[in-house]
Design a protein around this ligand. Structure first.
Ligand code: ATP
Ligand code: MG
Length: 293
């Protein structure tokens, strides 16, 4: 996606501290922007601050976490700018899910075990789009479920009746339900086996192509990020140490740590593009020939 489109979110000089003893500076002066429809990958070792940054952008951080400095601005479709750090709880509730949604680390276990998938999807709709009739809500919930590759018959299911991959798709459906401009996905598929993971990622990229939402995609898995991201940000001990196009990061990493991270994945010594294919089989076969030349 073109990074030249005006940003949908701008994060400027954002620092997050856990006020414990001694305090932990978990995010230090993070500055970046996200273009509409862009997939920005965020990588870095465990504990470098990825989840803390994601929570802060969504204003989901709780004490002892505190935003110590910086700003987060959401640029609306109508050219209006929203200072996310200034929103009160009421405005924040209206903003979340509808403009910015999040799929959490381990989200597939976050579904309510005692109500059906339909009730959980319809609940979000009745809160945010109260004018919809019950019939319209159910239709919309079914549509979004099918979008992520789950049959609408599953609306009647309880979470325990679904596989892990399906539950994770339901969480992604929930995040997409109100067609937000930005989705933050924190390790959305790490708990799943590789084949299911690949299917879901392919789906996310396809939906992004179709619906043009932007994604901040968090994972340790750098090879995967190189596949799906337009740009990649590398974090180290709370700092974004480098950010650039996936191609640039792969071919000319600027930072020593990025080089180390790349070399820690033996699979990356081959060509980029083996994990996920979004083209047709024919295109992929051509690409394969290309790569073996
Ligand atoms: N509630 C908390 N209180 C104190 N320190 C915390 C708290 N939560 C996280 N931290 C610290 O903040 C830092 C960043 O943690 P964070 O969970 O954001 O890392 P991460 O990059 O998401 O890691 P992972 O890849 O393991 O998910 C770590 O040093 C962690 O120990
Ligand atoms: Mg994390």
């Amino acid at each position: 996606m073109s990074a030249s489109r005006p940003a949908v979110i701008t994060v400027d000089d954002l620092s997050v501290v856990y006020e414990v003893d001694p305090p932990v500076a978990a995010v230090k002066n993070a500055t970046f922007s996200l273009a509409p429809g862009e997939i920005l990958g965020l990588a870095g070792e465990s504990g470098c601050g990825k989840t803390t940054l994601a929570y802060a952008i969504n204003r989901l951080h709780k004490p002892p976490a505190r935003i110590a400095s910086g700003s987060i601005t959401f640029h609306g479709r109508e050219g209006d700018d929203l200072d996310l750090l200034a929103l009160d709880e009421h405005a924040l509730r209206a903003f979340r899910w509808s403009e910015l949604s999040m799929v959490f680390q381990g989200a597939m276990n976050a579904l309510n075990p005692v109500t059906t998938i339909r009730a959980q999807l319809c609940d979000v709709l009745s809160t945010h789009v109260p004018h919809l009739s019950r019939k319209e809500r159910i239709a919309r919930a079914g549509d979004v479920l099918e979008r992520v590759g789950v049959s609408r018959d599953r609306l009647r299911s309880y979470p325990h009746e679904l596989s892990g991959g399906m539950r994770q798709r339901v969480m992604i459906a929930m995040a997409m339900l109100l067609e937000p401009q930005v989705m933050i996905m924190d390790e959305p598929t790490t708990a799943l086996d590789v084949v299911v993971q690949r299917d879901i990622l392919r789906e996310i990229v396809r939906l992004r192509d179709e619906l043009d939402f932007a994604v901040i995609f968090i994972t340790h898995d750098l090879p995967l990020l190189l596949e799906i991201s337009d740009r990649i940000a590398i974090m180290l001990r709370g700092e974004i140490i480098e950010i650039g196009s996936a191609d640039r990061i792969y071919r000319e990493p600027e930072h020593e740590y990025t080089r180390q991270l790349l070399s820690s994945f033996p699979s990356l010594s081959g060509s980029r593009g083996a994990f996920i294919r979004t083209g047709t089989d024919e295109e992929n076969a051509d690409e394969e020939k290309e790569q073996t030349r």
